[in-house]
Design a protein around this ligand. Structure first.
Ligand code: C2E
Ligand code: MG
Ligand code: MG
Ligand code: MG
Length: 283
C-alpha cells in the first residue's frame, strides 16, 4: 500500500506501515488475530445534556490492546482497516458489543443511547442494514437505542450508494449523526439530503472557543443552523468549564469531552454514572 495523502493533507497511515506490503500484510493478519483473541475493547464516552447536566448517551470508541505494543488508539489502525476492508468486520464487532452492553444496561435499568462510528466501506455494504437488524434482534434491543455517527468524507466516495444505505438504516429506526461537522466537503448539501437527527461540531472548533472569537462564531452559527434544521447539536472536545458554560449559553444541546469524562471501558460506566449523578443531581 503506497502512502496516500488525504485531500485534507493528512497522511492516512504511519510511514512504518507503508514501508512494505509485507508489513501491511502482517498488520492485517494482526488485526484479524486481534478480533479472534478478543483484543479489541469498546470504550465509551458520556454525552451530557446541557440544559440539565444529565447523561443522555455515550459514544462507543474502539481500542486495541496489543500483546506487545500495548494500548493502541483508533487513529493508528482505523484508516488502515478502512483501506483494507477489515473495517467491516470491526464495525460488526463493535455494533454487536454495543448491542450486548445496551441489553445489559437495560436489564440494570440504565437507558442510554449508544453512538457507533461508521466508515465508508460499511456504507458500501448493501447488507449492512440487515446485519444490524440481526444484531439488534439477537440482543433484544431497540433500534432507537442507537445512533450512527458518519463523517462527511465517508459519504463522499460514492454518495448515491451511501445515501441509499443510510436511508434504509434510518428507516429501521436508527438515529444518524454527522460527525466532525464543518471539517469535510459539501456539508450543507448532505445536511439537506440525509435523514439526520444530530450534528456533531468538530472538536477543532470547540477546543479553544473560549479564547478564539472566530471559533465561537463558527460554533454559534453551527448550533443555529442545526436547530433551524430541527437537529440536536452536540459539541465534542469540551475540555473546561468555560467552554461548557459558553456552549450552554449558545443553546447547544449536548456536550462531550474530557471535562465531563475521558472515554472509559464500558464496564466502568455504571459506577462513573452513579458518581456523576451524585455530583449533578437533576434540577
Ligand atoms: P470521533 O468519532 O470524532 O471521536 C471523538 C474523538 O475525540 C475520540 O478520539 C475521543 O476520545 C476524542 N475526544 C473526546 N473528548 C475530547 C476532548 O475533550 N479533547 C480531545 N482532545 N479529544 C477528545 P479517539 O477515541 O482516539 O477516536 C478517534 C477517531 O477514530 C474517532 O473520532 C473516530 O473517527 C474513529 N473511531 C473510533 N472508534 C471507532 C470505531 O469503532 N469505528 C470507526 N469506524 N471509527 C472509530
Ligand atoms: Mg464519532
Ligand atoms: Mg467526532
Ligand atoms: Mg473527530
Amino acid at each position: 500500500y503506497a502512502a496516500k495523502q488525504r485531500k485534507s493533507g493528512a497522511v492516512i497511515y504511519s510511514p512504518d506501515i507503508d514501508k512494505s506490503s509485507q508489513k501491511s500484510l502482517s498488520l492485517l493478519s494482526e488485526l484479524r488475530a486481534a478480533l479472534e483473541q478478543q483484543a479489541f475493547r469498546m470504550y465509551v464516552q458520556p454525552k451530557v445534556g446541557l440544559n440539565n447536566g444529565q447523561v443522555i448517551a455515550v459514544e462507543a470508541l474502539v481500542r486495541w490492546i496489543h500483546p506487545e505494543r500495548g494500548f493502541i488508539f483508533p487513529d493508528q489502525f482505523i484508516p488502515f482497516a478502512e483501506q483494507t476492508g477489515f473495517i467491516r468486520q470491526l464495525t460488526h464487532w463493535i455494533m454487536n458489543e454495543a448491542a450486548r452492553v445496551c441489553s445489559l444496561w437495560n436489564s440494570q435499568g440504565l437507558h442510554l443511547k449508544i453512538s457507533v462510528n461508521i466508515s465508508t466501506r460499511d456504507l458500501m455494504d448493501q447488507d449492512l442494514p440487515i446485519k444490524f437488524a440481526h444484531i439488534l434482534q439477537q440482543h433484544q434491543v431497540d433500534a432507537s437505542s442507537f445512533c450512527l455517527e458518519i463523517t462527511e468524507s465517508a459519504i463522499m466516495d460514492d454518495p448515491v450508494r451511501a445515501f441509499h444505505t443510510l436511508d434504509r438504516l434510518h428507516a429501521m429506526g436508527l438515529d444518524l449523526s454527522i460527525d466532525d461537522f464543518g471539517t469535510g466537503y459539501s456539508s450543507l448539501a448532505y445536511l439537506k439530503r440525509l435523514p439526520v437527527n444530530e450534528l456533531k461540531i468538530d472538536k477543532s472548533f470547540v477546543l479553544k472557543m473560549e479564547k478564539d472569537i472566530d471559533d465561537t462564531k463558527i460554533v454559534k452559527s453551527t448550533i443555529d443552523l442545526g436547530h433551524n434544521m430541527s437537529l440536536r447539536v452536540v459539541a465534542e472536545g469540551v475540555e473546561n468549564t468555560e467552554v461548557m458554560a459558553l456552549l450552554k449559553e449558545l443553546g447547544c444541546d449536548q456536550a462531550q469531552g474530557y471535562f465531563i469524562s475521558k472515554p472509559m471501558p464500558s464496564t466502568d460506566l455504571p459506577a462513573w454514572l452513579e458518581k456523576w449523578q451524585q455530583n449533578n443531581p437533576p434540577s
